[in-house]
Design a protein around this ligand. Structure first.
Ligand code: SAM
Length: 329
């Protein structure tokens, strides 16, 4: 059975796509399944309500979600729980916020943002530099019904001029990483590009030498720093599917110590704004160079591969006060 690669039984995570359905309608559609409220209670024939992410559900992978009409028509979107953290943490307001997804393909977080933003026209700009992955991104946004709210830009996000985007209030930055939190790519071969992450070494068996991690973290720092220079952005979520502190907490620390970032007024959000009831937070010791390491670690969430019911993941949220809108000179 290609669904189960070792003795770990993965959860098939999926969220209600609010562009095409509601949580209630979806539950009606799956009313043949028994509703359960504890992860450990998932077995064939059950549907689990997640306690952390609204509109997110889990089921046993042997209950073939991929052959249901709900999946085929895009009313549900398969997405690992931890991968749902960034859009939920950013939590943009429909008809008010305009956001950028800096590294979009295959579009899990972009379409999650579209669902949260209730498909508000022109509320998301999704950048993707890889041409092939742009095609997948388009397909996914189309299937989700989000094309009027998402503008897809094929290009390198770091070459944009932030001053051209005074309307942007928030960003999700989910750049290429080592992919060290990903496992079981063959979990379900029917699911197209599901958590295909753009991880640089996700296919080569995990070669995480220091030099490569350094290169990746330099790139991650650069791309988040660029995102922080959008003049009216007041919230930003940075995430990776890496388990390495070097790509995670240490990138956040370097940003907080950067003179330009300091001047721009960015700080790490309080735990209260970053899924406060999720128990696994950032590594406190990694923040020792900053004034309040405990508080900084609280502004991060971590998910351990398998142990936390899915892929390994990291997210940290930053915020600042922007007084009045800055406009282009
Ligand atoms: N956020 C996506 C999702 O949830 O489906 C996954 C993103 S994946 C981890 C990183 C993506 O960023 C890759 O598709 C990669 O091609 C793209 N990327 C890397 N550098 C970029 C850049 N400078 N500008 C735009 N996209 C970039």
């Amino acid at each position: 059975d290609d669904l189960i690669e070792d003795d770990y039984t993965p959860v098939r995570w999926f969220r209600a796509n609010l562009i095409k359905t509601t949580k209630e309608q979806l539950l009606k559609e799956f009313s043949h399944l028994t509703q359960v409220y504890k992860l450990d209670d998932i077995k064939q024939g059950t549907i689990y309500h997640d306690e952390y992410i609204p509109n997110l559900f889990g089921m046993h992978p042997k209950d073939k979600l991929t052959s249901t009409d709900a999946y085929l028509k895009g009313r549900v979107i398969i997405q690992d729980r931890a991968s749902c953290f960034p859009a939920y943490i950013l939590n943009p307001t429909p008809r008010k916020d305009k956001v950028i997804d800096a590294c979009s393909a295959p579009g899990n977080k972009t379409t999650h943002l579209a669902s949260i933003l209730q498909n508000t026209p022109d509320s998301i700009i999704a950048f993707e530099k890889d041409e092939k992955r742009v095609k997948i991104l388009k397909m996914m946004c189309d299937k989700a019904g989000g094309l009027k709210c998402i503008s897809i830009q094929h290009g390198d996000f770091t070459t944009t001029n932030p001053m051209d985007y005074p309307e942007i209030t928030g960003l999700v930055v989910d750049p290429s990483c080592s992919g060290s939190g990903i496992f079981g790519r063959a979990i379900d071969k029917n699911v197209q590009a599901e958590e295909s992450n753009g991880g640089e070494d996700s296919e080569n068996g995990g070669d995480y030498d220091e030099e490569r991690l350094k290169k990746l973290s330099n790139f991650q720092f650069t791309i988040v720093k660029h995102a922080m220079s959008f003049p009216n952005a007041r919230k930003l979520v940075y995430s990776t599917c890496s388990i390495h502190a070097q790509e995670n907490e240490r990138v956040a620390v370097d940003l907080m110590l950067d003179e330009q970032v300091k001047k721009q007024g960015w700080r790490i959000c309080d735990r209260a704004e970053v899924i406060p009831n999720w128990p696994r937070r950032g590594f406190v010791e990694e923040f020792s160079a900053l004034p309040d390491p405990e508080k900084c670690a609280g502004g991060c969430v971590r998910s351990l591969p398998k142990v936390d019911g899915g892929i390994g993941f990291f997210a940290v949220a930053f915020e600042r006060d922007v007084v009045g809108l800055e406009t282009k000179e």
